[in-house]
Design a protein around this ligand. Structure first.
Ligand code: PMP
Length: 352
């Protein structure tokens, strides 16, 4: 830290993303990317848009929102487009939390939430998951703060039913409830259909997982027009041109070909279920996943040991050193071939 770094950030612990090695070719199962490339129309649209890069991008992301209205069955003013869903989540911390309105989230959830709270200087309260790593919804009733729930949760992979989120919404009429649906397309129930009934609901989604566009950085906020306007105020006060025009064109082409994305999700779910069974046969305890990853532990090998041994053999998975989940690893679902390789390597490690 330089002597010029503001005191207000002196204790800030930055978010640590999963490794993105550039030096060696790994089978990369550590950051929940999609193993399939985007639809060919995406690169074509990006190339075309690159010809007009002398112009600023559209601050309203009009083409992309228009494509999404049909896909999500919402109207233009119920959508905001952001630079990854990390940006809309940060906007939500900025817009809907302050020193009187703390952020409230699970103790084991997306690791960026406490970092957003710290950088935005809002207090936060962590609610422990139950012993089986599930959320007890009653713990979120009358929360006296802005609630952030990843559904499905990460890294546990476990989802709440839409009906359970409805109960949380009903019990929090004075609080904003943010439902982070980064992984929803892999088999969970979306809360998007609830936004007209609950004016305190903000749903966030991403192009990084089910839409194969992690490198492009696109996120979506879906809520009633008033909440969206608040988020737009934050956007226009930080980065009005938050989406570049190449990404916007690429994202629009991506949504116009969403059937391709959903077919890839079906393949990933099929591979996940196959892999889950193989992991269980090897003696792993695996949480019920509604995501594109498995969260698993083995009675005979520590999470860290397994992570390191696989890394030596060219496979990256994610290990968290947080006390409660240090026995576990998070393994992204790759292609069937990737999963066959990882399972074979793990079975050899366990036999050694
Ligand atoms: N929410 C959750 C639960 C995530 O795991 C991630 C991915 N790291 C994000 C949000 C952010 O994804 P992105 O910024 O790529 O949209």
């Amino acid at each position: 830290m330089s002597r010029y770094f503001s005191d207000k950030y002196a204790t800030l612990k930055a978010y640590v993303p999963g490794e993105q090695p550039r030096n060696q070719k790994y089978i990369k199962l550590n950051t929940n990317e999609n193993p399939y490339p985007p639809h060919p129309a995406v690169a074509k649209a990006a190339e075309e848009a690159a010809k007009s890069l002398q112009l600023y991008s559209d601050t309203e992301s009009t083409s992309l929102r228009a494509a999404l209205t049909k896909r999500l069955n919402v109207s233009m003013d119920e959508l905001i487009i952001t630079n990854g869903s990390d940006e809309v989540l940060n906007f939500a911390f900025m817009a809907f939390c302050d020193k009187h309105t703390p952020a409230v989230f699970a103790d084991i959830t997306y690791g960026f939430y406490p970092v957003f709270a710290q950088i935005d200087q809002v207090p936060y309260r962590e609610i422990p998951l139950q012993d089986d790593l599930t959320i007890r919804i009653q713990d979120y009733f009358q929360a006296a703060g802005t609630i952030f729930i990843a559904n499905p949760n990460a890294p546990t992979a476990i989802a709440l039913k839409r009906e359970e989120i409805v109960q949380i919404l009903e019990q929090n009429p004075y609080n904003v409830v943010v439902v982070d649906e980064a992984y929803v397309d892999f088999g969970a129930e979306s809360c998007v259909p609830l936004i007209r009934e609950y004016d305190n609901l903000l749903v966030t989604q991403t192009f990084s997982k089910s839409r194969s566009m992690a490198g492009a950085r696109l996120g979506i906020g879906i809520a009633n027009p008033e909440l969206i306007r608040d988020l737009k105020t934050v956007q226009f006060s930080t980065n009005p041109y938050n989406i570049d025009s190449v990404t916007m064109a690429a994202g629009t082409a991506c949504v116009e070909n969403d059937e391709y994305n959903m077919e890839n999700c079906r393949r990933i779910i099929e591979t996940r279920e196959w892999a889950r069974q193989k992991f269980e046969e090897l003696g792993f305890e695996v949480t019920p996943s509604r995501t594109n990853f498995l969260f698993a532990r083995h009675p005979e090998i520590s999470g860290e040991d397994l992570y390191l041994k696989l890394k030596e053999q060219g496979i990256l998975i994610r290990h968290f050193s947080v006390e409660r989940i240090r026995d576990y690893n998070r393994i992204t679902i790759g292609t069937r071939e990737d999963m066959e390789t990882v399972i074979e390597k793990i079975s050899r490690i366990l036999k050694a």
